[in-house]
Design a protein around this ligand. Sequence first.
Ligand code: NAP
Ligand code: F7E
Length: 318
Amino acid sequence: MPGRAFITGVTGQDGSYLAEQLLAADWEVWGLVRRSSSAEHGRVAHLPKLVHVRGDVTDLPSLITALSNVQPTHIYNLAAQSSVADSFVQPIYTAQVVGIGAANLFEAARIACPEARIYQASSSEMFGASPAPQSEHTRFQPCSPYAAAKVYAHHLAVHYRRTYGMFIACGILFNHESDRRGPDFVTRHIARGVARIHAGRETTLPLGNLEARRDWGWAPDYTRAMSGLLMLDEPIDLVVATGVSHTVADFAAAAFAVVGKDWRSHVVLDAARVRPCEVPDLLGDPTRAKTLLGWAPSVSFTQLVERMVEAEIRREGT
Ligand code: NAP
Ligand code: F7E
């Protein structure tokens, strides 16, 4: 039965797809939107039924007020400073939004709506240096301030689950992409660079570590898994991944191939894009997600790359 959902991070990539999917299934959807002098909220501008609630996950009173007023049945905590690269530059801010932000959300829910089911956006980045493949049993070895903050939030979710009996499920999601991805992430950066080179507006594409491996999937598949996780009888931790990984170089090669170009003629190494500490190899084992949710990715790596490059070509108007 549809209920009332409250989403933090609703203006982001995942929040926008999740809101779309829930509204299409007749849920009432409320989204936390923070104040900005220039916000246009482009990813959710096409969703008139989405109710915007002013607040910030670093501001506990705003969360208590929002949850007291909305009284959601389901809460999705997607708000984050989600860039791993930027977390090295702003480690304290990242901890405040990703770590303390989650603590504020759990505490606000405990006070205002303790019966609500909560989804916590955990991340494959938490596995860090642990060798591939990674599953629910793999040790967390975070390699960035972002990952360390996500590990804190994850452990806190488990603590609230065990100590207060709250329904808090953690989706440990591997990289998922779309044409709504932020422009700084490598897939969108590559897709946009290819489109600009195709249009004759650039000649080179700067990249950092080409050898890092990631398990890339299609974002709307992953937001389906989020709502599925809150439909289970018990709150659990669940890995969501395709089970296939590629290097950054593979992504670049596939993206340039969409416009008939050789990536080696355009990619240039930019040392400033290499991180102080790198996660070398993320490859998820989605067995449990398949068993418990019947979840499977609907888009292959090649289709994902094509969709992203074609979307950027449309944006470039060529
Ligand atoms: P995203 O596009 O970067 O969106 C982040 C969202 O958080 C935006 O709506 C942003 O609002 C909001 N936000 C940031 N700081 C906030 C604050 N202080 N208070 C309230 N809202 C705040 O991220 P995403 O890719 O959709 O990812 C969603 C969640 O899943 C994040 O928690 C991310 O860490 C996690 N995750 C993502 C992936 C992935 O591959 N995409 C994988 C694993 C886990 P503004 O629009 O105002 O900036
Ligand atoms: O980097 C390498 C980079 O920034 C992927 C977030 O959603 O997924 C995301 O984190 C790889 C890394 O994503 C460039 O070093 C090379 O190895 O696209 P990314 P991420 O760091 O994996 C996880 C699961 C999350 O939870 C995060 O929120 O690509 N790389 N050259 C580059 N990366 C970027 N951004 N830019 C480059 O030029």
